[in-house]
Write a protein of this length. Structure first.
Lengths: 122, 112
């Protein structure tokens, strides 16, 4: 079974840091781009960024709203994706989803985790 | 950045009838490959989003054939025929053509 399981969410004060993890199983993790998508309470979906696969030199891309504050990394030996979030703001409060996207070809963002909740509040 | 818009934002439907959602992009999503880089996702109540359609018209695995996507360039449509109770949710279009990938605001489908 193809599965993504996020962890690491919680309550953090503004200006603080948090590291999210995503454990993947059931597919060849190293073949895929892996993305983070978030959803603020009662709001729509926002793409946060992704880490591309080895074939694309593990390059990363970010949304403007998080660039310079968030870092996406991956460890293919552990089938894991990470999101290091620094200088957190109240507007970063959201459910964060780990998502599989581009493989050899593009077949959509076809696998989503259950999400982990991040609350930034004093 | 590519801006995605959707209409309507709310769509009450009667079971058994059809529903259509429009999505427009601020730039063409037609890549040189000939594919339109436009996806559709649904988020049912209490669930994670789920892929419905990729590259404008390709149904994801397990999606019933009463769900279809069409369009090219900047104008796209998601159509659901014979609406059922399980179709309730928020539908999003998204462009993965260029980063930052961007979603539409979502269309809430409810049963009358």
């Amino acid at each position: 079974e193809v599965l993504l399981v996020e962890s690491g969410g919680g309550l953090v004060q503004p200006g603080g840091s948090l590291r999210l993890s995503c454990a993947a199983s059931g597919f060849t993790f190293s073949d895929y781009y892996m993305d983070w998508v978030r959803q603020a309470p009662g709001k729509g979906l926002e793409w946060v960024g992704h880490a591309r696969n080895k074939a694309n030199s593990y390059t990363t891309r970010y949304a403007a709203s998080v660039k310079g504050r968030f870092i996406i990394s991956r460890d293919d030996s552990k089938n894991s994706l990470y999101l290091q979030m620094d200088s957190l703001k109240t507007e970063d409060t959201a459910v964060y989803f780990c998502v599989r996207s581009v493989g050899t070809y593009y077949y959509g963002m076809d696998v989503w985790g259950q999400g982990t909740t991040v609350t930034v509040s004093s | 950045d590519i801006v995605m818009t959707q209409s309507p934002l709310s769509l009450p439907v009667t079971p058994g009838e059809s529903a259509s959602i429009s999505c427009r992009s601020s730039q063409s999503l037609l890549q040189s490959s000939g594919y339109n880089y436009l996806d559709w996702y649904v988020q049912r109540p209490g669930q994670s989003p789920q892929l419905l359609i990729y590259l404008a018209s390709n149904r994801a695995s397990g999606v019933p054939d009463r769900v279809s996507g069409s369009g090219s360039g900047t104008d796209f449509t998601l159509r659901i025929s014979r609406v059922e109770a399980e179709d309730v949710g928020v539908y999003y279009c998204m462009q993965p053509l260029q980063t930052p990938w961007t979603f539409g605001p979502g269309t809430r489908v409810e049963i009358k």
